[in-house]
Design a protein around this ligand. Sequence first.
Ligand code: ATP
Length: 255
Amino acid sequence: MTLLSVNHLSKSYRTGAAAPPHRVLRDVHFSVDAGEFVAVMGESGSGKTTLLNLIASLLDLEEGDILLQGQSYRDIPAAKKARFRREQMGFVFQQFNLLDTFTLRDNILLPLVLSGVKPEDMPDRLTAVAGPLGLEDLLDRYPDEVSGGQGQRAAIARALIIRPKLILADEPTGALDSKAATALLETFGQLNAAGETILMVTHSALAAAYASRVLFLRDGMIYHELYRGDLSRQVFGDRIMESLQLVLKGGEGHF
Ligand SMILES: Nc1ncnc2c1ncn2[C@@H]1O[C@H](COP(=O)(O)OP(=O)(O)OP(=O)(O)O)[C@@H](O)[C@H]1O
């Protein structure tokens, strides 16, 4: 079942009234099935974050459309965008964006508070996400009292607690050491195996190898895509590296 449809998306930025618009995405077109884990790769400036921010409804559409479970973003009134975003999508960023003055518990519960979930329903919702992520003993700590990996797991718990249709991750391993990064990717793999749909922007072939499919952006277009299929993670990672080199080289080779 198609969960996300990205239809012929183009996007430009203007940096000044006199400057011509700078086109960042051109006719990007793909869909993501429920239960897929898709990585988006491409060199710096290729438009990955712009694409993710459009899917997150953090940026306004220009040309094209995005549909989440059949609902067109063009049909969502501006006043309802924040609620749509909060209730349908979970976000995991490179900087975990935890609030320093809140404990991990309160950080994780915050989306439920914003959505008006009843306080008596909160403990069960918290346990359901904190347990599998190994956070139960850390809930009373503040973000500066935990490691980077633990902070990122709390950010994942905060994303999951709303039971999102889609998890959007932008360089989620970017601020982690390699051990914590591997643990985080294992967690994403487990979440995906449990049915979560994940779209992750990454520079890392190692991280992308945890996905079931990799989209390569170049000059704002989808230049190539790879499916993992039955490949081992190691072999898939090698294929991703090869593809990445061709994408970065500017298409001198052939896929
Ligand atoms: N708000 C903005 N205003 C003007 N130009 C922007 C804006 N945001 C991004 N850009 C430009 O759009 C292009 C794509 O940026 P984007 O952040 O989407 O790329 P990226 O692939 O995510 O890069 P990176 O890997 O470095 O994070 C870049 O040339 C960038 O300078």
